[in-house]
Design a binder for this molecule. Structure first.
Ligand code: SAH
Length: 261
């Protein structure tokens, strides 16, 4: 075995939204490679004073892999920081394969995704009983193609909540495809720009005017688009219905505070 690289989710922006495990590893690391444009530099304050901290946006994949494999091979602690959670559009596969080809093991530490950051900013739940129980994370095709079977129209036709990554410069196109898929122009939609950062901005619009509104607000990058009735409907969850048997609650359960709610 030639060492270990920790792939760590840094969270969506707020430096307090990294896990305790991620923070510990970051504070112990000898080498940290981070995505310069998307990681809040505040988080790097936790690095050791003598840690080597490299911005991956200024390096090729080969350069990143070479330096990480070298330090890991020397028994040093290596952290590769990813924005949000590495499992969503993290492009970690290539890195892991290249490192493993050099005999370096990779372990992943999850992070809070911008998906969750956006829901918190909007004050919503993506899965609302009686409305939808499904959340679709997808994107419009860009440099990375989307398989034809995963056309946005297909998911729009289900009425599930849609979370669109990497598409905020295509609000018009996204709305058009959703409507072609059968959603009415009245369907609630929203965008969250830089969720959980100090300059976070949130906007809501009907699907029919989404593209135009996003353009007017100059939202063209670092934003998630959310589409669906979950944005409006906040029926109380069945889980809190007194008739619903829960593992820890028996039917007829009464609130110990006694107000019946
Ligand atoms: N792994 C990341 C996503 C990386 S892909 C995660 O879990 O969040 C980059 C895309 O994620 C951006 O184009 C944008 O759509 C979204 N994104 C990342 N950070 C964001 C943030 N703080 N607020 C809103 N969207 C964000």
């Amino acid at each position: 075995m030639k060492g270990l690289v920790w792939i760590v989710g840094a969270g969506p922006g707020d430096p307090e939204l990294i896990t305790l495990k991620g923070l510990r590893l970051l504070s112990e690391a000898d080498l940290v490679v981070y995505a310069g444009s998307l990681i809040n530099p505040e988080i790097l304050r936790h690095c050791k004073e003598d840690a080597q901290v490299l911005d991956s946006s200024k390096m090729t994949l080969e350069e990143q892999v070479r330096v990480m494999a070298d330090r890991a091979g020397k028994g040093l602690k290596v952290v590769r920081l990813h924005t949000g959670d590495p499992s969503l559009y993290g492009a970690i596969g290539e890195q892991i394969r290249a490192l493993e080809a050099l005999g370096v093991q990779c372990r992943i530490v999850p992070g809070v995704s911008s998906l969750q950051g956006a829901a918190a900013a909007l004050g919503i739940e993506y899965t609302v009983p009686g409305v939808t129980q499904t959340l679709v994370c997808t994107r419009l095709p860009g440099r990375t193609p989307v398989p034809p079977k995963e056309d946005l129209r297909v998911y729009a036709s289900t009425g599930a909540t849609l979370a669109l990554f990497l598409s905020s410069n295509m609000g018009d196109e996204a709305a058009k495809l959703c409507m072609e898929g059968g959603l009415s122009p009245d369907t609630p939609a929203a965008w969250v720009y830089r969720a959980t950062w100090p300059d976070q901005r949130v906007g809501r619009a009907r699907l029919g005017e989404l593209g135009q509104r996003m353009k007017a607000e100059h939202v063209s990058h670092q934003a998630l688009i959310i589409v669906g009735r979950c944005l409006e409907e906040s029926r109380s969850s069945l889980l809190y219905d007194p008739a619903f048997t829960h593992m820890y609650r028996k039917p007829g359960h009464r609130d110990p505070e006694g107000d019946g709610n």
